[in-house]
Write a protein that binds this ligand. Structure first.
Ligand SMILES: [Fe+2]
Ligand SMILES: [Fe+2]
Length: 278
């Protein structure tokens, strides 16, 4: 199975990149399932029902989030009715929405997508390792064709640890939140694809997606500034493509994909060939 996960979609520039490229990418890369992190899709802060619809319409199957999930409060009422929109699994249980879902492809294969959030330099929420350990105890590769975890966090050590913690139990553990892509994509020793951070779908002529001037001023003046404004130049679409073995659910290949904007392009060479027989 071929899966793609796109990093945090930041504002209109990020949405435009996903909408412009995804229909063609789905076809060219023979993608079976596409997940995007949408926590910054609404002008950099949160997501709305209208944006969810826009992303689904262009070929997104599931939307993950993170610490910005509730920035647009109207999404609290919406999320309970949309099983394709996830929030971190280790947020308080009373919160609306869900932290994982099992999705059935047209050919019958089932994919589990989970969204968890790290704790170092982030909100003090429930232990993500315990939450994911429970989930992987209840849902296993073999019964499911693939298991994909979007682990949303700041510290590379915590994300790296989650990768190894899930090695052999998940198809892929992929980091989001930093908005900066890392070069450490690889398959871990027991077969789980891993990448510390995919980067964002956003304008890189910016400070992690926000206009440079306001972001710099916060560091220079150390005064509460004006609200950060999203950068609206051409976005780089940053994603990771994973190919899994349907029999084991483990990864056969993993590589980054970057298109457009300021970053050097990257293309997953393994995905040029037609998808292997199921
Ligand atoms: Fe983000
Ligand atoms: Fe985040």
């Amino acid at each position: 199975m071929r899966l793609m996960l796109c990093g945090d979609v930041v504002g209109r520039a990020g949405r435009d990149a996903v909408v412009a490229h995804l229909p063609r990418l789905r076809h060219e890369l023979a993608l079976d399932f596409v997940v995007v992190n949408g926590e910054n899709a609404a002008h950099g802060f949160g997501i709305t029902d209208r944006i969810c619809a826009e992303l689904y319409a262009c070929g997104v199957d599931v939307i993950t989030t993170g610490n910005h999930v509730w920035d647009r409060r109207e999404i609290m009422a919406y999320i309970a009715g949309d099983p394709r929109l996830l929030r971190p699994i280790n947020y308080p249980a009373a919160q609306p929405g869900r932290g994982f879902g099992i999705y059935r492809l047209a050919d019958g294969r089932r994919v589990l997508v989970a969204n968890a959030m790290a704790r170092l330099f982030m909100d003090a929420i429930d232990d993500p390792f315990a939450a994911i350990d429970r989930l992987l105890g209840e849902h296993r590769l073999g019964d499911l064709a693939a298991i994909l975890l979007d682990f949303h966090g700041e510290a590379t050590s915590e994300k790296n640890s989650m990768g190894h913690f899930c090695d052999g139990r998940a198809s892929a553990v992929i980091g989001t939140h930093s908005h900066v892509p890392t070069a450490d994509y690889r398959i871990l020793t027991k077969g789980t694809a891993y990448m510390t951070d995919i980067g964002m779908c956003g304008d890189y002529d910016s400070v992690i997606g926000m206009r440079k001037e306001g972001a710099i001023a916060r560091f220079v003046t150390k005064l509460p500034g004006e609200r950060l404004e999203v950068a609206e130049g051409e976005a780089t679409l940053c994603a990771v493509v994973i190919e899994t073995d349907d029999a084991t659910g483990l990864a056969r290949a993993v590589a980054p994909l970057r298109l457009g904007g300021k970053l050097a392009p990257a293309w997953p060479d393994f995905a040029r060939a037609p998808a292997p027989a199921k």
